[in-house]
Write a protein that binds this ligand. Structure first.
Ligand SMILES: [Zn+2]
Length: 367
């Protein structure tokens, strides 16, 4: 089995909003939440420490995420929303501090990956884990902090402090904000957004294009000198019935590939078939569509170096919203068979599962 790097999970959001404890198995979490329903929580978890280990998911980009109150009001009635950039700033710091606290208090479960040597040691340990790990073999989940939506960056002079505290990647948008247009709130890059890019590049952050509106993403691709990814974004032109601005246009995909970027493909039914709705059931969508997204990106790139996985599991959706072959994060390994069916060999699958995002992470982590 190949190790997996997952470029997008809203761990702190779930922990702080719904009291989820990812040191538990996903099945224990489901049982507890069925017995004691959590207000505002409408979906079942896909994540748990035993399942990360069984699926060899060694490393995730863990988000600092909260939504602006205008968009979040109906979606998630809980406290991880903000009314002003200052509130967003406070919440994002809480999220980053939470990752530090988890790594200190439960080092057997969580580990922050802040440097190249952290990364090397972490992956070496995971490579040695037996194929069918027992609880005594379980290893900590590596976490690389990433900011989803930069609204909480209120002062550019704070960027080095974010970096010192482990933040390595920033997505400018979730919804639209002072920097650029985003999902459901389109718009270009603003002057403030251009300044932010300039300051991010000085510190060395990864720029994440997911959720950015197309004109803003295209300008970023022209001007940002550092590493660029789309952590959790499928290719729009392959998605039946798609009509909004959340996924990657062909033009953004092409330029992202030219810039050496990596795209995290998302195994969520609506991002694979926009016409899918939960009433249609999980059976209606197969992991094969995820493999086809991956294959398309490899075909456009002419290589297997620019695609990975960004699951977004537990990010506002859950078990009810993923292809029927998946019962938890452990089942991401089932993608292997679908990729083999499309002609991918072991070495290529290893790049897709972890090698490509590993290259990105290695290029920015300090020594
Ligand atoms: Zn997102």
């Amino acid at each position: 089995m190949n190790l997996i790097i997952d470029a997008h999970q809203d761990l702190s959001y779930n922990i702080l909003s719904f009291g989820r404890d990812y040191s538990r198995s996903v099945y224990e979490t489901r049982r507890l939440e069925a017995d004691h329903p959590v207000p505002g929580l409408k979906y079942q978890s896909l994540l748990g420490w035993p399942e990360y280990n069984r699926g060899k998911v060694a490393l995730v980009f863990g988000t600092l995420f909260a939504g602006p109150l205008r968009a979040e009001k109906e979606l998630y009635p809980n406290q991880q929303v903000y009314r002003t950039p200052e509130e967003a700033n406070r919440i994002y710091w809480n999220h980053l501090n939470l990752y530090h606290r988890l790594a200190e208090e439960k080092p057997e479960v969580y580990r922050l990956i802040l440097t190249k040597s952290d990364l090397r040691n972490h992956l070496q340990e995971w490579e040695k884990q037996p194929p069918d790990p027992q609880p005594s073999d379980y290893l900590p989940l590596g976490i690389i902090p990433t900011m989803e939506g930069a609204e909480g960056i209120t002062d550019f002079s704070e960027l080095p402090l974010w970096w010192e505290n482990g933040l390595r990647s920033i997505g400018l948008a979730w919804a639209g904000n002072q920097f650029c247009g985003g999902t459901r709130e389109p718009g270009p890059l603003t002057d403030l957004g251009r300044q932010l890019l300039h300051e991010m590049a000085k510190t060395g952050f990864i720029l994440d294009l997911s959720h950015m509106d197309e004109p803003a993403a295209l300008e970023c691709l022209e001007v940002y000198p550092g590493q660029i990814i789309a952590s959790h974004s499928n290719v729009a032109s392959l998605v039946k019935g798609y009509f909004t601005n959340r996924l990657l246009s062909d033009q953004v995909l092409k330029q992202l590939i030219e810039r050496g970027g990596v795209i995290g493909v998302v195994p969520l039914n609506a991002f694979l078939n926009w016409d899918w709705c939960a009433d249609g059931g999980r059976e209606a969508v197969s992991l094969r569509l995820v493999a086809e997204q991956i294959d398309h990106i490899c075909q456009v790139a002419g290589n297997c170096d620019q695609v990975g996985i960004g699951s977004d599991f537990d990010g506002g959706v859950g078990l009810e919203h993923v292809p029927h072959e998946l019962d938890s994060i452990a089942d991401l390994q089932k993608l292997t068979t679908f990729l083999q069916d499309l002609g991918y060999n072991e070495q290529e699958i290893s790049k897709i599962f972890s090698g490509n995002f590993l290259r990105v992470v290695e290029s920015v982590l300090p020594g």
